[in-house]
Design a protein around this ligand. Sequence first.
Ligand SMILES: *[C@@H]1O[C@H](CO)[C@@H](O)[C@H](O)[C@H]1NC(C)=O
Length: 198
Amino acid sequence: MAIAIILYSLHGHITALAEAEKEGVELNGVQCDIFQVPETLDADTVKALGGKPSTYPIANREVLEKYDAFLLGVPTRFGSMPAQWSSFWDATSALWVKGSLHGKLAGVFICSSTGGGNESTIANVVTTLVHHGMIYVPLGYYNVMKKLSRMDQIRGGGPWGSGTIAGPENEREPTVIEKKIAREQGRKFGKVYWKTIH
Ligand SMILES: *[C@@H]1O[C@H](CO)[C@@H](O)[C@H](O)[C@H]1NC(C)=O
């Protein structure tokens, strides 16, 4: 009876949002554990990209089978999910055949360089969720209307899920408001999950 956050984070932006999502989930008294998908780039390439790999335990098929609901942290790569994420999903066809993930809940949060691809990335992840028969839970607007409609500062995310904008050199850090939106997504997702099990 728990929610897993599964993420890929090269520069720590998704990690910062994940910690806020976890805080939000836990406000419902629901257990929440964070995992990462395996890296597919070699160590030299990660270094050349200035990567700061995260230290969470590695997600595998057992994690997908054990947990009831998932918040997925997916940085944008040219408008879609990165190879690390797609290769993780490629390894789940045995679960797909058995329907192991059928009916489990999933929400998505993202990070992009410029804002571009924020929605298409999540829409592409939803395609995978659909094939597994998983139930996509959007962030929506209702709980975060004021935060999402502020025009006085740049912010990532939207009704599809929370998000941050890293900047083309990954120089920008997630802002207070982006982390608050992430926390709210976690809180709302945890609440939806709590309702489905009671
Ligand atoms: C997010 O994506 C939508 C749809 O492509 C786009 O209209 C919006 O400007 C993007 N957000 C940001 C902050 O760039």
